[in-house]
Design a protein around this ligand. Structure first.
Ligand SMILES: [Zn+2]
Length: 74
């Protein structure tokens, strides 16, 4: 009984951990002037983008690209 409890606890713990580590995908415009990232691929903020639109993790949009969340989507 105790073994079963430990097993389901471990599974539960893993699920919780995974929900924290799965990166959120956001969309960025690869324009040099871009300052925002977007949750919505069809966001009107991306409508102006004349460059390539790339899907990246939220962490890398903020960290590597130094972008912040689009004003239309807070
Ligand atoms: Zn947006």
């Amino acid at each position: 009984m105790e073994k079963l409890f430990k097993k389901s606890f471990t599974v539960l713990l893993l699920l919780v951990l995974m929900s924290f580590t799965i990166p959120t995908t956001v969309y960025i415009c690869l324009s040099p002037g871009a300052k925002k990232y977007h949750y919505d691929r069809d966001c009107r903020g991306l409508g102006n983008c004349t460059h390539e639109i790339k899907a990246v993790s939220k962490g890398s949009a903020e960290g590597e690209y130094g972008l912040e969340l689009c004003g239309w989507e807070d």
